[in-house]
Write a protein that binds this ligand. Structure first.
Ligand SMILES: Cc1cc2nc3c(=O)[nH]c(=O)nc-3n(C[C@H](O)[C@H](O)[C@H](O)COP(=O)(O)OP(=O)(O)OC[C@H]3O[C@@H](n4cnc5c(N)ncnc54)[C@H](O)[C@@H]3O)c2cc1C
Length: 479
């Protein structure tokens, strides 16, 4: 792969690169390779210029995982071709910049769906593998890494390795979830999930507390394909932890005698208007006046009241895309958090400790006067990836507004909440993180996993070229 390097460190390559949560803006030299050879050229440029390089997909990580202030950013979104698709086996091979949106739109007509998807369809497969993303079916399907059968990785040290569970297995289990620190996935093969119908049966019901939602998840888990909870973070006292659960199940031939229509992309798409009236592209402007404690308290109360009355025990059929990508209904909804942006605090807590830890998180938020505007609850299971964020338990993801006046408070609150999570044997997730400290990250990952990861880093990236703002925050220069 050696040859002339077309990349240079020139001012015209400098771009502003933001975190998805808009809580951090950086200036970097950005390169968008279209081939593995150009990835090698970008590494060579980093080496010759003494700069570090971070990898980036569509930049959907909430914090600083794909940022590299004053360094190089290798953006993989132009490597976005589907290389091979076998509708008989459901195995697909893609370049890393292919998005989940591209993926499901390509395969659904053949009766397949991605086995694991995030709440937004705009993430890339490279970014999904880099963080080892989970979906609303984590308790059943595990993370995306469980469905990756093979990948090719180009390392800064000059190796091009094919990895699977049988070949270079150690690198396989470390690079998936390795937050872009060991090399660039240039090709990924992923097993898709066979579906019979384009629709899901979705049950919605209200829950009164964390104890209640945990009990309901446990009752339903064996019979559910997807489960997700929403928590009204403004509720206090005896109503603390109240919310709503959505359970979704695949349809069978008895439920959907004519599946062909539902498997068409046009019949999956999210509507262009909300309630048939508001253009969705303008919705964030309509939401913005409500994006304060009073407005969000009212929005959460209205949602809970609806879910506990007319929406309680409601069953509807929904397309896979409508159920999976709820957060894409309102494009750019995050702009309602402008100018400061938002941060997410997502913790993963073992089953027995979840009720106490998540209740404490909400009590503390109220005590600090910094209340999360959105709370999402999921069930998880452990996996065998080196830098895993999963536990046999639950996660609770809290979105906090990030403003000049509250950010010191949010930082302190996060530290207090993290201590409780770690004492309970819990974990955090780099894809969502902006606030962890190095000590906290190293405590939950454990010295054994970190030593193994550092050894692989020294082997495949001996000059420590791959770094990000997140990696420096949590691991220094990996030395
Ligand atoms: C609205 C919203 C909802 C979300 N819901 C979920 C959810 O339900 N579950 C979940 O798990 N996550 C969720 N996420 C987080 C998101 O799935 C992850 O942050 C994902 O990694 C983003 O992918 P990306 O393509 O944007 O990658 P980026 O954010 O750009 O990068 C993510 C990581 O992957 C690395 N990387 C990128 N490309 C490559 C490559 N080719 N080779 C090696 N490393 C690479 C980067 O260095 C970085 O460390 C959500 C995010 C948003 C904005």
């Amino acid at each position: 792969m050696a040859g002339t390097n077309h990349y240079a460190l020139t001012p015209d390559r400098q771009e502003r690169v933001d975190s998805w949560g808009m809580n951090r803006a950086t200036l970097s030299y950005v390169y968008r390779p279209t081939t593995a050879e150009q990835v090698v050229e970008a590494f060579a440029l980093a080496r010759s210029s003494g700069k570090t390089a971070a990898l980036r997909g569509t930049g959907c990580s909430y914090g600083d995982a794909s940022l590299n202030n004053e360094g190089i950013v290798i953006d993989l979104t132009r490597m976005n071709r589907i290389l091979d698709w076998n509708p008989q086996t459901g195995l697909i091979t893609v370049q890393p910049g292919v998005t989940i949106r591209q993926l499901w739109q390509y395969i659904i007509e053949d009766g397949w769906w991605p086995p694991v998807v995030s709440g937004t369809m705009f993430v890339t497969l490279g970014g999904a593998a880099g963080m080892n993303i989970h979906g609303k079916n984590n308790f059943k399907a595990g993370p995306i890494g469980n469905h990756i059968t093979e990948f090719e990785i180009v390392t800064p040290g000059g190796d091009v390795k094919v990895c699977s569970r049988n070949e270079n297995s150690e690198l396989f289990h470390a690079a998936i979830g390795g937050f872009g620190m060991l090399g660039v996935f240039t090709r990924l093969t992923v097993q898709m999930k066979k579906i019979y119908s384009g629709q899901l049966k979705v049950d919605a019901f209200a829950t009164k507390s964390f104890a209640d939602i945990i009990e309901k998840f446990s009752e339903r888990i064996d019979g559910a394909d997807y489960l997700v909870g929403w928590i009204d973070c403004f509720a206090t006292g005896s109503e603390l932890g109240r919310g709503q659960v959505h359970q979704a199940n695949y349809l069978t031939p008895e439920d959907d005698p004519d599946p062909a229509q539902g498997l068409r992309v046009a019949n999956q798409e999210l509507p262009d208007t909300l309630m048939g009236i508001f253009p969705k592209s303008l919705m964030w402007r309509i939401l913005q006046p409500f994006n304060n404690n009073l407005g969000m308290k009212a929005v959460n109360l209205a949602k809970y009241t609806q879910s506990a009355t007319i929406g309680n025990n409601e069953t509807v059929n929904q397309s896979h895309a409508q159920f999976a990508f709820l957060l894409d209904y309102v494009p750019n909804w995050k702009f309602a958090y402008k100018p400061g942006g938002l941060v997410q605090f997502q913790s993963f807590v073992p089953y027995d400790a979840a009720e106490h830890v998540f209740s404490e998180q909400l009590r503390l938020s109220h005590k600090f006067g910094i209340i999360p505007y959105l709370g999402v609850f999921k069930r998880h299971r452990p996996d065998d990836f080196l830098m895993t964020h999963a536990v046999d338990g639950f996660s609770f993801a809290l979105d906090y507004p990030w403003t000049e006046s509250n950010k010191d408070g949010v930082r302190t609150l996060a530290q207090v909440m993290t201590r409780i999570v770690l004492d309970a044997g819990g974990r955090h997730y780099f894809a969502k993180d902006s606030l962890l400290t190095a000590c906290a990250a190293q405590e939950y990952l454990g010295s054994e996993a970190i030593s193994k990861f550092k050894a692989l880093k020294s082997k495949y990236d001996p000059n420590h070229i791959l770094q990000s703002d997140l990696s420096r925050r949590l691991f220094g220069a990996f030395s």
